[in-house]
Design a protein around this ligand. Structure first.
Ligand code: ADP
Length: 258
């Protein structure tokens, strides 16, 4: 955020287009697959622009460490991890401040959406692996994790779509990519359930006026609605393949089991 813009670089051109050709209110191309891992109880793969993210879910299962066990409900233990090869310079492996923070906020959003009281004393373990990062990974990670929880058959209020909006070159834009995140002025990640209007995650990095903030929230809500439809479609595809309703797609179903 707010690094100096390299000489000659324009984040928004005279036609209002961004570096990757998008308009201000456009998401990056998004793709979601549900049930991509065989060993996990539930899983999902998300590509959002150049982000590539896998999420795996286990549980509800016996809670370890034991002292975290809650006799009245399940807990969610979320582990967000950026792999060494996910960024330009090798990222030092293992947890750091940033991954601890993201694990916490993503885990809390998931806890809110899951009917935890149905599974006392258990843990729902969520692993998010960022294979390739290009800004917006906490949102894409939560988007993936929520599909993986649904894929695991864990009862939940709703899917959680998430995306960021922010400000670059004095313009409020949707879904910042890496250059926009580096050289822009603000980044506002949002997780929002379109059906109920609930906000499950909201952060802000940088500065916005009240009017810009309102516009950013409006854009991010629109983005979440689009992502929500893609999440639903991913689950529908997986279960129609599993139920053999998808004539020509058996090949794909076998691929998913590998
Ligand atoms: P988010 O990925 O949710 O936008 P941040 O704003 O903290 O979270 O990070 C923005 C982007 O910066 C990441 O998506 C990634 O591309 C890059 N990044 C984060 N941490 C590192 C790191 N340790 N080394 C290199 N790039 C990083």
């Amino acid at each position: 955020m707010s690094m100096d813009l390299p000489e000659g670089m324009k984040l928004i051109d005279e036609n209002g287009r961004r570096l990757d050709g998008r308009k201000a209110d456009e998401l990056r191309p998004i793709r979601i697959e549900a049930g991509v891992l065989r060993r996990a109880d539930g899983s999902a793969y998300v590509e959002m622009g150049k982000n590539k993210i896998l999420a795996a879910v286990y549980g509800p299962r016996e809670c370890h460490p034991r002292h975290l066990q809650d006799p009245t409900r399940a807990i969610v233990q979320c582990h967000y991890n950026m792999l060494s090869f996910s960024v330009d310079d090798r990222k030092r492996p293992g947890p750091d401040r940033r991954s601890v923070e993201i694990s916490k906020i993503v885990g809390e959003a998931l806890e809110y959406s899951i009917f935890l009281e149905q599974f006392p004393r258990t843990s729902i373990d969520v692993y998010i692996a960022v294979l390739q990062a290009n800004a917006g990974t906490r949102c894409a990670g939560l988007t993936a994790a929520s599909v993986a929880v649904a894929d695991a058959g864990i009862p939940m209020r709703d899917l959680i779509p998430a995306c960021a909006a922010g400000k670059v070159a004095d313009t409020v834009v949707l879904d910042l990519n890496k250059e926009e995140d580096n050289f822009g002025d603000a980044d506002v990640p949002l997780a929002y359930i379109p059906r109920t209007g609930e906000v499950l995650l909201l952060q802000m990095d940088g500065h916005l006026t009240q009017a810009e903030f309102n516009r950013a929230i409006e854009l991010a809500k629109g983005g979440c609605s689009q992502i929500y439809a893609v999440q639903q479609d991913a689950l529908r595809r997986k279960y129609s393949i599993a139920a053999g309703e998808n004539g020509g797609k058996e090949e794909e179903a076998r691929g998913n089991e590998a």
